[in-house]
Design a binder for this molecule. Structure first.
Ligand code: ASP
Ligand code: MG
Length: 421
């Protein structure tokens, strides 16, 4: 068994879908589970729809109309025959969304979110499965919500491994008796009461890893718009280099420090069963890409991870007392309450400083809560630069014209919170 994952960019228009079919023709030589995300930026669009509908700010219909037109433009290009059943099928999915937004929203925002946002993946997989069939790539479409079983933590469903494994054995594996390809959705799951959940933004990689884990797959391939894992994000750095091989350990560290090339939860299931992960380009599918596996070899190439919109918060007891364990445990529980991930922290006698993502309302509320107990100072619009396998010369080049507000160094890694002067 092989598992392939195609993200939003790889299916963003009709040409891209045609390219996916070409890749499958060439590369799906064995039984293959094909995990697909919503097309292009659909998930963002659906998030906008949820906001407008739930907050009753108006405009939900027009947002939905835009998403509908985008998909039907792709469908029209892929299926010139207007009588093809896919037209009806996709129309029905949009009718389903329409029904949801004609009703009063359920009281829980996150549940509404999952109900609506999950439709992006349902629609994309229906279109692509039908297209592959038309190209003689016999396949079966599977609703992954009956397989990936989660609890009801909406937007961040916790996967029940035991139940999901059973469902994979009973619902997914038998499909391979008559098909070499099974097409299914990334990112979404279902509860035991048949409610839809999602696994967290960009979660399709994680779905691919889970399905590989449950089927003891030989490998997972994530098809991306970059040649593999690079030593820096080309959005921020010139002259990036592809990393040919990475250990699971290095890959986890990469994602931990904020590299977005693979979802942070992807590695664990693969590491647990020693399943290799390939990251390859869907534009140059014959190139080797990056191989992530359980070797001893640590990589030594300098690599750079850059995050913007950082907030540096400095927290001090109001009465000038020391920062002690009691204070720290209260501070950490607030970060936990708001699910704010701490990227970097440092404490001194009377203050504790942390660097986190600036996330609008969520961080505002965190700061308000902190302010009821502590004196809080903060600095926004900052950057966080992490360099692994650093040398002093590159550091100096990268921080030219910037001031360092906080810094931490270990033998291999340096992290700096920077502001632009
Ligand atoms: N479509 C979802 C998102 O954009 C999941 C994914 O792409 O992995 O977050
Ligand atoms: Mg995506």
């Amino acid at each position: 068994m092989h598992v392939f994952k195609f993200g939003g960019a790889s299916v963003k228009d009709a040409e891209a879908v045609k390219n996916v079919a070409e890749i499958l023709k060439k590369s799906a030589t064995k039984e293959t589970i094909v995990v697909i995300s919503a097309m292009g930026k659909t998930t963002n669009g659906l998030e906008e729809l949820v906001k407008a509908f739930f907050n009753k700010t108006g405009g939900a219909e027009s947002v939905l109309q835009k998403i509908r037109t985008y998909h039907f433009d792709i469908v029209k290009d892929l299926f010139p025959n207007k009588n093809h059943p896919v037209y009806n099928e996709i129309e029905n999915s949009f009718v389903e969304i329409n029904w949801i937004i004609e009703d009063e929203p359920l009281p829980d925002y996150n549940q509404v979110y999952d109900q609506i946002v999950s439709m992006g993946e349902i629609i994309s997989t229906k279109i692509i499965a039908a297209y592959l069939t038309g190209k003689s790539l016999k396949n079966k479409w599977l609703d992954v919500r009956g397989v990936i079983q989660t609890d009801n933590t909406y937007r961040e469903g916790k996967v029940n491994y035991e139940l999901s494994e059973q469902c994979v054995k009973s619902e997914l594996i038998p499909l391979f008796k008559e098909n070499k390809i099974v097409v299914t959705q990334g990112f979404i799951g279902g509860t035991s009461e048949n409610f839809t959940t999602t696994l967290g933004r960009e979660g399709s990689d994680y779905t691919a890893a889970l399905l590989a884990y449950f089927t003891d797959a030989e490998s997972v391939t994530i098809w991306k718009d970059v040649p593999g894992v690079l030593n820096a994000d080309p959005k921020w750095f010139k002259n990036t280099k592809k990393i040919d091989e990475l250990t699971y350990h290095d890959a986890i560290e990469f994602t931990y420090y904020g590299a977005t090339v693979i979802h942070p939860k992807t590695i664990k299931p693969l590491q647990n069963k020693n399943i290799p992960l390939y990251v390859k380009s869907f534009l140059k599918s014959d190139d080797t890409g990056t191989l992530i596996q359980g070797t001893e070899k640590r990589f030594s190439m300098p690599s750079y991870i850059f995050k913007i919109n950082q907030l540096l918060i400095s927290i001090q007891p109001k009465d000038f007392s020391f920062i002690g364990e009691g204070n720290l445990s209260m501070i950490f529980s607030l970060f936990d309450k708001y699910a704010c991930k701490i990227h970097l922290m440092q404490n001194s006698a009377i203050s504790f400083s942390v660097c986190i993502d600036e996330e609008g309302e969520k961080t505002d509320r965190l700061i308000q809560d902190l302010q009821s107990e502590f004196k809080v100072l903060y600095n926004s619009g900052l950057e966080l630069l992490t360099i692994r396998n650093y040398d002093q010369e590159t550091i100096e080049k990268l921080i030219e014209n910037k001031s360092i507000l906080m810094e931490q160094r270990s033998r291999n890694t340096v992290q700096m919170v920077l502001s632009n002067n």
